[in-house]
Design a protein around this ligand. Sequence first.
Ligand SMILES: [Zn+2]
Length: 293
Amino acid sequence: MSENGKQAEIPVSFNGAHPDIAMRSLPDNLAVKCPKCRELLLGKDWDRNLKVCPRCGHHAQLTANERIDLLTDEKTFEEIDGNLVSNDPLKFVSNAQTYSSKLEGLVASTHLSEGVKAGAAKIDGLPLMLVVMDFRFLGGSMGAVVGEKITHAIEIATRDRIPLLISTASGGARMQEGVIALMQMAKTSAALARMADAGVPFIVLLTDPTTGGVTASFAMLGDVTIAEPGALVAFTGPRVIEQSLHVKLPKDVGYAEFLLAHGMIDSIVHRRDLRATIVRVLHLYAAAEAVAH
Ligand SMILES: [Zn+2]
């Protein structure tokens, strides 16, 4: 009570909380809601569970760095072409924003130079060329720089006879680069054909979502193709097909489980088992290589 007998007025901050409470900072991911089943989970449990929902098994997207940490031996990833950045060949403008300024914003918000990271790494002591797409960077879309980094990684793998693993997450070719983006489909596929001729193994890891020109090129050219559970993998997503053709598609069309049932992919692997599965495949290839040479 204040001196004049009236209730002292407690200052309230803009969001209604007492300022002392509002000032105290809370961790960004104290609680996470599963995007699929809406279960509320503790952030630390979510991270510990590799961003897989313990209730419904939903595999949330990982950043490129999280994926690299998940798959590779600690501190073995050596990035190549990390200095390559996109330019704006078409002077593309959308919603009054130039492509160049959009790229600048993405570089600042994601701390990535482009939508893919490529490099040499070790996994269980075995050498590997690794390419990881990051969906946060313009939907993991493939422009000239993404195509060049992937092609360069393929060429190094071919030259040095090191297995290649590409982890995909992409909306497809990057419309802001028009036909130059579409060219990357042919460029990456041609490099992979040379790698196949040389007998160097190529493993694809399909993560949610993998669509468009990426699905229509290198994502479907693996010797071994693994997908994460529930990943959307399609050229065109099922909802768009249903809306444009006015048809009802069978359940699960476009998802990893449907692809496995119809022979399009080799295996669906839970995130916690991915590393061990890839290690097993690499050991098989290493044994075959030793016999052949
Ligand atoms: Zn869930």
